[in-house]
Design a protein around this ligand. Structure first.
Ligand SMILES: *[C@@H]1O[C@H](CO)[C@@H](O)[C@H](O)[C@H]1NC(C)=O
Ligand SMILES: *[C@@H]1O[C@H](CO)[C@@H](O)[C@H](O)[C@H]1NC(C)=O
Ligand SMILES: *[C@@H]1O[C@H](CO)[C@@H](O)[C@H](O)[C@H]1NC(C)=O
Ligand SMILES: *[C@@H]1O[C@H](CO)[C@@H](O)[C@H](O)[C@H]1NC(C)=O
Ligand SMILES: *[C@@H]1O[C@H](CO)[C@@H](O)[C@H](O)[C@H]1NC(C)=O
Ligand SMILES: *[C@@H]1O[C@H](CO)[C@@H](O)[C@H](O)[C@H]1NC(C)=O
Ligand SMILES: CC(=O)N[C@H]1CO[C@H](CO)[C@@H](O)[C@@H]1O
Ligand SMILES: [Zn+2]
Length: 453
């Protein structure tokens, strides 16, 4: 009930908002800390991030898209599309028709990105607006012939401070103004791979550093006077799970390397057969019980990972924590890419700013829901996408939001109040009428009282 009152109130205040907030164009900074697994928030301390959340909103789990890899998921966040629909279906891809290759070191051919339109391009095409990027996969590529007005070529050696300094400078001093900006950082993904998420000691240190960077970000925005009017979303692309040398799947034990081309290896392998596909499939099918083997046409619909030429004829999906190798030892202690229904693969989302409630917690949204929410905040017409704007309404101050449990609570509450009132009225009527056995006139009056019937 308290929530309802707050919602009513915020609805009213939004309706009566003065011209000042409308005259400034809304601005949004989208931040990704790569590989920030959702439950790190429960298992480690994040004083700076918790302060940010206290004044904003938290979505505890973001269900991301399959395969749960970096490039595909970052592109889903900014397009609202499943991987089969935006075309970045892996960090390593091969296109049979054009014979082109894509990898995280060779990603600048717009061919790979042009199946979708990311939000920075849409924002950029609006009059009097520009976009800026302190890295984010795709922001240094001319997608549909458009890069952000301000961007950095990807380089992991550029410090967080430099990325932050430049992105805030662009947010402050540009004409037309930068209304959409991105900021990307490689941790805690890099350390998650190196140590594995179960290495509490090292992850404690790394996550403390990440929290300090969030502290720097907030401090910088406050010092520059950007904090109050800027909307900031902090999220990530995927989580991380522990791998082990005792959980290896060696393809060389099952099939000769000469019978297929390996496009991507683990934990989702993409196999392009050189010989009869059925033969390759039959050999892989019985290779290891900790791996699902799918012909492209049989990939489960829930993955939304089928209708694209860049998805190979056979894919292998390792069980959580298992690593596919070619007769090699364990490459990494932590990895991601697995089934997107695993909670270890999910990131979180936190947001702060004039568009968001303060101190609101939400259990879950899909990563494809972020795009329509961002378009709403910026007043952009979204391209058709796989997200649902309604899923994020509870986070936003200008939206009505009553979720199912609340609605049931309100109905039950109203029924209780009505029942109590009815009982009270009946009891009072009975008290007035019953103890007057001799008053025939009175009884007659009571007979006519509609309340007793
Ligand atoms: C764009 O900015 C210019 C100069 O500030 C202004 O004259 C013009 O009306 C603006 N256009 C829109 C659509 O806001
Ligand atoms: C950041 O801005 C400074 C000053 O304008 C510039 O010299 C530097 O090259 C920029 N860094 C990147 C990575 O673009
Ligand atoms: C990015 O790299 C390309 C090619 O090396 C170069 O031409 C371009 O000026 C660079 N852009 C920025 C913003 O640094
Ligand atoms: C795996 O590698 C070892 C040496 O590194 C070699 O002796 C062995 O034959 C290889 N096995 C397969 C199935 O390729
Ligand atoms: C592929 O192999 C299967 C089983 O070995 C066989 O039935 C099928 O005819 C083969 N298809 C082609 C195109 O050679
Ligand atoms: C996702 O959205 C795209 C673009 O609207 C559409 O073509 C595709 O069918 C959608 N996918 C699903 C599974 O609904
Ligand atoms: C009622 C109100 O907020 N009025 C403001 C409208 O915008 C101008 C210029 O930004 C302000 O000076 C007014 O106070
Ligand atoms: Zn990543």
């Amino acid at each position: 009930m308290k929530l309802l009152v707050i919602l009513l109130f915020s609805g009213l205040t939004t309706g009566c908002r003065g011209n000042s907030s409308h005259s400034l164009p809304p601005k949004l900074l989208l931040v990704s800390f790569d590989g920030f697994r959702a439950d790190y928030l429960q298992n480690y301390e994040f004083p700076h991030l918790q302060n940010f959340i206290k004044e904003g909103v938290l979505v505890e789990h973001v269900k991301n898209v399959f395969i749960t890899k970096t490039f595909p998921n970052h592109y889903s966040i900014v397009t609202g599309l499943y991987e089969e629909s935006h075309g970045i279906v892996a960090n390593s891809m091969y296109d049979v028709i054009t014979q082109k290759h894509f990898s995280d070191f060779d990603d600048k051919d717009p061919f790979w990105w042009n199946e979708a339109v990311p939000i920075w391009v849409t924002n950029q095409l609006q009059e009097n607006r520009s976009s800026a990027a302190a890295m984010w996969p795709g922001t240094d590529v001319p997608i549909h012939n458009t890069t952000p007005s301000y961007f950095m070529n990807y380089s992991s050696s550029v410090s967080f401070e430099e990325r932050l300094n430049n992105i805030t400078m662009w947010l402050m001093n540009s004409n037309p103004p930068v209304t959409f900006a991105t900021l990307y950082w490689e941790e805690p993904d890099a350390s998650g791979h190196k140590y594995g998420p179960e290495d509490k000691e090292n992850m404690y240190r790394v996550l403390k550093e990440v929290d300090n960077l969030i502290g720097e970000l907030v401090h910088k925005l406050k010092v520059l006077g950007l904090w109050e009017n800027l909307n900031v979303i902090i999220t990530s692309d995927h989580g991380m799970t522990q791998c082990s040398k005792d959980r290896l799947i060696n393809l060389d034990l099952c099939i000769d390397r000469s019978s297929y081309t390996l496009i991507d290896l683990t934990p989702v392998a993409a196999i392009l057969p050189k010989i009869n596909t059925t033969e390759v499939y039959n050999k892989l099918k019985v290779c290891n019980p900790h791996m699902n083997v799918y012909l492209k046409e049989d990939i489960p619909a829930r993955f939304h990972y089928q209708h694209n030429d860049r998805i190979q004829p056979i894919i292998l999906v390792a069980d959580e924590g298992w690593t596919i190798v070619l007769n090699k030892s364990l490459p990494k202690l932590g990895d991601h890419g697995y089934d997107n229904s695993l909670s270890s693969m999910h990131p979180f989302l936190a947001a702060h700013g004039p568009a968001f409630h303060k101190g609101y917690k939400h259990s879950t949204i899909n990563s494809v829901d972020i795009y329509p929410m961002m378009c709403h905040i910026l007043g952009l017409q979204p391209h058709s996408n796989n997200g649902t704007f309604g899923h994020t309404k509870c986070l936003l101050v200008d939206q009505w939001c009553i979720n199912l449990p609340e609605a049931i609570g309100i109905v039950i509450g109203a029924l209780l109040v009505l029942t109590t009132l009815t009982c009270l009225i009946i009891i009072m009527q009975n008290r007035l009428s019953v103890p007057r056995p001799f008053s025939r006139l009175q009884l007659q009056e009571d007979d006519d009282d509609p309340l007793i019937e």
